[in-house]
Design a protein around this ligand. Structure first.
Ligand SMILES: C[S@@+](CC[C@H](N)C(=O)[O-])C[C@H]1O[C@@H](n2cnc3c(N)ncnc32)[C@H](O)[C@@H]1O
Length: 199
């Protein structure tokens, strides 16, 4: 099968990436108490899979997917991931989105493809949780993708999950003292309804 340009780009990045210390994103760190202590979790576009490690350490049976075969092979051989209950798979999540009603928790950080949102919603079980954190079009500091298409519009994350129970949300734009606070990104934790006609 032909390797896509997206995979080539990320494979090249992960060939160079150092072992380093990778930590889970803020939306998970600050909202750990909302996670179930058992069940299934999925990290989409996992990169170095710090979020997946966090979920597995929390007790969740975890799956982690990324388009880069290079990063997935590195993760499979990584001592940091050894012994953790994580199934890694090299997978284009846009071409092959997750199956319906399969996960209690889905985490996405620093990845945005709006076509995936309905699939994420379908893939969560009733009362499942979405943890999402990524860059916003309104920002204070440079960093992240240059294309607005890959950044959230104002309040967009809130709107994308407006049919969910909101548990945590943060987005501060350029309001007030921009040297402080949570800038350049938005984050959400939200719960799928018990019965969802769209699922
Ligand atoms: C900016 S990195 C973020 C990685 C990780 N989520 C994090 O927070 O560190 C974006 C990730 O998306 C992955 N990616 C891009 N397009 C993808 C696709 N179509 N399917 C699966 N993964 C994809 C890349 O390989 C890369 O690991």
């Amino acid at each position: 099968m032909e390797i896509s340009d997206t995979q080539k780009k990320w494979d090249a990045i992960y060939q160079q990436a150092d072992e380093g210390e990778y930590t889970a994103v803020r939306v998970l760190q600050e909202n750990r108490h909302l996670l179930p202590t058992s069940g299934t979790a999925l990290e989409l576009a996992c990169g170095m899979a710090a979020n997946a490690a966090f979920l597995a350490n929390h007790g969740l049976t975890t799956t982690a997917w990324d388009i880069s075969a290079v990063v997935i092979e590195r993760l499979k051989g990584s001592s940091a991931m050894a012994g953790l209950d994580i199934t890694f798979e090299a997978r284009d999540i846009v071409q092959q989105p997750p199956q319906a009603a399969a996960f209690d928790v889905i985490v996405v950080s620093y990845f945005l493809d709006r076509s995936l949102i309905p699939h994420i919603k379908r893939a969560l079980k009733p009362l499942g949780l979405i943890y999402y954190q990524t860059f916003t079009q309104t920002y204070v500091n440079e960093g992240g993708p240059r294309s607005a298409n890959f950044r959230l519009a104002d309040n967009e994350l809130l709107q994308l999950f407006s049919d969910y129970q909101l548990l945590a949300y943060r987005e501060e734009g350029r309001v007030g003292d921009t040297q402080q606070g949570y800038r350049n990104e938005a984050l959400i934790v939200a719960q799928k309804p018990a019965s969802d006609m769209s699922a």
